[in-house]
Every structure is written in C-alpha cells, then in structure tokens.
Ligand binder design. Sequence first.
Ligand code: FO1
Length: 335
Amino acid sequence: MRIVVLAGGIGGARFLRGLKQAAPDAEITVIGNTGDDIHLFGLRVCPDLDTVMYTLGGGINDEQGWGRTDETFHLKEELAAYGVGPEWFGLGDRDFATHVVRTQMLGAGYPLSAVTEALCARWKPGVRLIPMTDDRVETHVAVTLPPEGAEGAAGDGAGAGAAGEQRAIHFQEYWVRLRASVPAHAVVPVGADQAKPAPGVLEAIAEADIILFPPSNPVVSIGTILAVPGIREAIADAGVPIVGLSPIVGGAPVRGMADKVLAAVGVETTAAAVAEHYGSGLLDGWLVDTADAAAVERVTAAGIRCRAVPLMMTDLDTTARMAEEALTLAEEVRA
Ligand code: FO1
C-alpha cells in the first residue's frame, strides 16, 4: 500500500510514528512543509523537515517535540557573546550540524529535495521525505505590533515597529518570539504562487492508494503545502481516499497555537470548521475526537464521511490506533 502524508512539524511527525507502527509494510511518502524555513546565521533551517526526520530517525528531543535529544547550546552562546542573534530561536549544537550540511549542499547546487534525501541517509526515517518544493517559500504573518516599551512588546528590535504598526513578519518570529501573542491579520506563504512541486511530489500523489492529512496545522502546515500550485489539484484529482485527522479537540488546538492562525483566515477553532475549510472537494473522510462527537453530523452534512475516535497522541500505541482508524475510514470511502 502506498500512502502519501502531508506533514508539518510536531503533530505530523508524531502521527507518522503511529502510522509506521499501524502499517509496517506500507510505502510512506511524506510531503513536508517548508514555509516555516528560515535563514539564520547564514544557514538554511528547515524546522518541519527536520522534526519529521529526527522524530522518525530517533534523534528528536521528545519532550519539546523539536530539535535534538541530548543537546547543548555552546555555539549559540558564543554567537550571543559576539552580539550575534537572534537569541529567541533555540538552535543547539547538534542541530547546527544539520543546517551546516544542508547549507553547504545547497551552496554546491543541490536542490533541497536532494539535500533532504542525503540527510535522511543518516537518519533512516523509514519513509520517503520530500520537501513540498525546491523553491523558496516563506510564510509571513501580518500583525499589529504593540507600541515599543509596552507591556509584553517585542523589545529586541528584531521587527518591533512604532505604536500599533502593521508589519509582516516571518512565521518563526510570530510563533517563537511573539508566541502568537499579537493578533494575526493574514498568513501569506510568500513565493508559493511561483513555486513548483519538488521532484517526486506529484508522482507520489498520482501513485498513492491513500492520502492522509495528519493533525498538523491546517493553515501554516498543510495549507502552505496545498498553496504550491499543482499540489492541491493533484490531490483532488488523485481518485483515491483522502482522509484527515482533526488537530482541534474540544474547540482548542491539541498543541501549538493553531487557533491564532485559523482566526487570521476566518475559520473558527472547531473540528467541524477545519473539515469545512478543507472542503468536500478535497477531503473524503475526517476523524474528530470523541470529545467532538457532536460535530460528526455537521461534517457529514458537508459531504465528508466522519467518525469520532480518540485523537490524543498520548503514546505510540494510541497514535497507531488513530492511524488505523484513518486507514479504516479510507477503505470505507473507497468501498
Ligand atoms: N520552537 C520553539 O518554540 N522555540 C524555539 O526556539 C524553536 C527552535 C527550533 C529550532 C529548530 C527546529 O527545527 C525547530 C525549532 N522550533 C522551536 C520549532 C518550530 O519553531 C515550530 O514549532 C515549527 O516551525 C512549527 O511547525
């Protein structure tokens, strides 16, 4: 069985761990979000690709869900001693090595997809991990920054503006530095409209038996992947079951701050609204948590087959059962 999964960072990576246990013989291709990528210290950092690679390859810091296990921060401390930041983004020494290798290979002319394959040769994630595109796409968030010096204002000068100034800032600055604490008015995957799917992306979709949307962020993770021209269309036309799992449980994101970016695109933070946001033109099946059983009727009325099952990824076995439920729903859709 060939399964294609669109994945962001932590939620996608953890789901994939369960999927691998649930379907050990499946050929899994992961199309990874690169809109979160950021250039720091002259290096290309790909948080979502790395989170998938480290999680499935056994190198992830499981507690925080990103970065390396057994990490140290000497390099970052030395840079800070020179006054070189940003200090708000936690890059550890082990993680730095990945970005150095990636940047070196990109500089030598290899596309990101080839670089990712090379990095995965070390980590052996047990899936084929492909970036959504080899082209540069950067998610920016339009925000109103608080006045300088105001309580809770972003005060390190890395983007703070005048009182109430509207600014577009990098997603990582919004997410990590500001902790999504200021209202987001819009989320823009800059460059997506000019981007082409990376080699292998459209082929994997065309050859898939099932396509899954894990409980990743519907706006800045899966939404960004779908914004690359050709990917949404290929998925919609694939003619195979497309099943998603809600990242919203009981009216709140399972993790992260998805509610903030959902509001920016005018979608309420409910499991049913996210299903409708994807729409029946894309989704065939949708799993909601048992806490949202009341949403099943609304999703079904929207033309999407829906079931309520436990969706909290508390441990590997529970996550594998979620993946089994998604595969079962996919087979029902196919029948
Ligand atoms: N998330 C944080 O909350 N704080 C950090 O300092 C941070 C650093 C970081 C470094 C490398 C990496 O691969 C991921 C990192 N993340 C950090 C996670 C990342 O910001 C986001 O969770 C994802 O981009 C959203 O999927």
